[in-house]
Design a protein around this ligand. Structure first.
Ligand SMILES: NC(=O)c1ccc[n+]([C@@H]2O[C@H](COP(=O)([O-])OP(=O)(O)OC[C@H]3O[C@@H](n4cnc5c(N)ncnc54)[C@H](OP(=O)(O)O)[C@@H]3O)[C@@H](O)[C@H]2O)c1
Length: 284
């Protein structure tokens, strides 16, 4: 029986991946931190699909949490599909965030993806097949959110997936690696992390179900990068190929919001914040 392990499976895009994979005939291991939502999701999936669903509560921003999932990938029934989906974002501009928050974001969005891929891939290659789906973001394609480390973390996920997924050893070993680049998707992510989305028009939002179904279709087609939604495919083309000077004015700049308050960062500034000077526009 095929087995899939999905991180961040108790909500949003991860939950949608778990549902699609179960319907496609996979048993599941669901990973997230909070045990109750995880068990609720597992119960629903067992009842709806009749699949075997295990849960594993782990904080992937920590070394111990990653080690627990690595252990599950190294031993026990082999995992055929790994979905590295768990990720986070910070709603306040860099550097009004704390170094602890920034480090946790990088640990979850980057280090956990590398560690779980590193744990799963050798076993898949020895078995002669398998798939790894890494959930990145349209934001990782270029300047998109200013004053945020989130786009840089997702740029790493795209580059890493392409680098590993296009390599001869992995392709000849029968393992497919896919980077999925969702645009704005209706999930709990923004509210949970205090990201203000009030000004985003409704056409920008995609359902989580669409992200999972498009990604799994592109995985079957052997693609390495998947951008769900025709509008977002155009956005990605523009971000990748237009001159920076044309793209920058369209970027969402977190530092232009009321959250630009440096008093909470521990920055050693006498007035608790940077003096506001006129913005010097970048010369192309
Ligand atoms: N929503 C969007 O607009 C959007 C757009 C582009 C890319 N993405 C990416 O899509 C992925 C999924 O996001 P989503 O929108 O579905 O978010 P979500 O609804 O907030 O779900 C996040 C999931 O990850 C788990 N999680 C969070 N921190 C974790 C940690 N430290 N260790 C283990 N699990 C953790 C959460 O459960 P617990 O809190 O219980 O751990 C939850 O199951 C992320 O990588 C995100 O960057 C989202």
């Amino acid at each position: 029986m095929a087995l899939a392990l999905v991180t961040g499976a108790s909500s949003g895009i991860g939950e949608a991946f778990a549902r699609h994979l179960a319907r496609d005939g996979h048993d599941l291991v669901l990973v997230a931190r909070a045990p109750d939502p995880l068990e609720r999701t597992a119960r629903t999936l067992r009842a709806d699909t009749g699949r075997h669903v295990d849960v594993l509560s782990a904080d992937l921003a920590t070394a111990e949490g990653c080690a627990a999932v690595e252990e599950r990938l190294h031993s026990g029934p082999p995992v055929d599909v790994l979905v590295n989906n768990a990720g986070t974002v910070l709603g306040r501009p860099f550097p009004t965030t704390s170094v602890v928050e920034e480090s946790a974001l990088l640990d979850l969005n980057i280090r956990a993806v590398m560690r779980l891929t590193h744990a799963a891939l050798p076993r898949m290659l020895r078995a002669g097949g398998g798939a790894i789906v890494n959930v990145a973001s349209v934001a990782g394609c270029g300047p998109s959110w200013l004053a945020s480390s989130y786009p840089a973390s997702k740029a790493w996920v795209i580059a890493f997936s392409e680098s590993v997924g296009r390599s001869k050893g992995v392709r000849q070993g029968g393992v497919r690696v896919l980077a999925v680049l969702p645009g704005y998707t209706r999930t709990a992510l923004h509210e949970r992390n205090a990201v203000d989305t009030a000004h985003f028009p409704s056409w920008m939002w995609l359902p989580a179900d669409r992200i999972a179904s498009t990604a799994l279709r592109d995985l079957r087609r052997g693609r390495v990068v998947c951008v769900p939604g025709r509008r977002y495919r155009a956005v990605v083309q523009a971000m990748r190929h237009l001159p920076r000077a044309l793209v920058l004015p369209l970027c969402w700049d977190l530092s232009r919001t009321d959250a630009w308050d440096l008093s909470r960062t521990g920055a050693d500034l006498p007035d608790g914040g940077y003096p506001k000077r006129p913005v010097q526009e970048e010369k192309p």
